[in-house]
Design a protein around this ligand. Structure first.
Ligand code: DQA
Length: 139
């Protein structure tokens, strides 16, 4: 059984309430329940934090014993050299995901410290971005 983890960064705990015109009206826990029910052959864990260092701690902790990390570093995507370095340091492949199409938004969202070291990037498909990332680890 593949062992995957979704790691979400700042403000993604507010999904469903936060700017629903951009991020949708479903909470992440509701979405996660659906996904877990759909992918019974995957061991799927979840971690969310608003704190950059906690995200780095978890990337280090899971980065040597999981088959894949699905990472939405949210705003830290565009600012965090530390998260970029953590991805370089680990063995587990990381797929970067975003709910929105960051390239269709403000200029500062076009920069990513995650992408250069990610296995791949999936963005702009709403919460389905996460599901596409899961599928890519199963193929
Ligand atoms: C996001 C895009 C980021 O620019 C933003 O800061 C987020 C969410 C997305 O999933 O679309 O918080 O990562």
């Amino acid at each position: 059984m593949k062992k995957l983890i979704i790691i979400n960064g700042p403000n993604l705990n507010l999904l469903g309430k936060r700017e629903p015109s951009i991020y949708g009206s479903l909470s992440f826990t509701e979405f996660l329940d659906t996904i877990k029910g759909k992918y019974l052959n995957v061991s799927l864990d979840y971690f969310q934090s608003n704190i950059e260092g906690e995200l780095i701690d978890k990337i280090q902790e899971f980065g040597f014993n999981y088959d894949g990390i699905i990472l939405n570093a949210a705003a830290y995507t565009h600012t965090s050299v530390g998260i970029g370095d953590a991805i370089k340091a680990i063995e587990t492949p990381v797929i970067e995901v975003h709910i929105s199409n960051t390239f269709g938004r403000e200029e500062f969202r076009h920069q990513s410290y995650i992408s250069p070291n990610a296995k791949g990037v999936i963005l702009g498909f709403g919460l389905q971005s996460y599901e596409l990332a899961i599928q890519s680890f199963l193929d």
